[in-house]
Ligand binder design. Structure first.
Ligand code: ZN
Length: 154
């Protein structure tokens, strides 16, 4: 997954599925963008692990329900909203975008921790949504809705 285009990754998942025993857990390393996770789940992958939530969090990129936010941008200098108004994480309940931007711009290490914390919460919510939609038999609709809503690669 790491480095190759997602089309190649998806082809490899399909090839590996043909030789792996059925009924066993599938693990994919380095798959972190929500749109890639959703596609991999649709191909049968069960487990993921990726640095994206914390690596991007440390550099000021937040995954939100309205797309990505680069918190260092000057447009957030006086923004008193949380990173994500739909998020219930500690960071979003206690800090504004303006404060997080200030922490980044002054080199405060707490900034990366707070945005990483939010990003991990975002992915936990995404995975909970995936699990719930699978158990309800509505994963295809969930994937379509989320995929149309997000494009974090741009
Ligand atoms: Zn949050």
């Amino acid at each position: 997954m790491i480095g190759e285009p997602s089309e190649v990754t998806n082809e490899m998942i399909q090839e590996v599925n043909e030789v792996l025993p059925t009924g066993k857990v599938r693990y994919l390393m380095g798959c972190g963008y929500p749109e890639d996770i959703l596609e991999a789940v649709s191909l049968g992958v069960d487990l993921f692990d990726c640095v994206l939530p914390t690596r991007n969090g440390r550099t000021g990129m937040a995954f939100t329900t309205k797309g990505k936010i680069i918190i260092k941008a000057s447009m957030y200098a006086k923004d008193r909203a949380p990173l994500d108004e739909n998020c219930t994480c500690y960071t979003c309940r206690h800090f504004t975008r303006a404060y997080l931007r200030h922490l980044f711009n002054t080199g405060e290490i707490l900034a990366g921790r707070l945005v990483s914390y939010h990003n991990i919460h975002f992915f936990q919510q995404l995975m909970a949504g995936i699990r719930h939609s699978i158990s309800e038999g509505s994963f295809v609709d969930f994937k379509k809705e989320v995929s149309e809503h997000f494009n974090f690669r741009d």
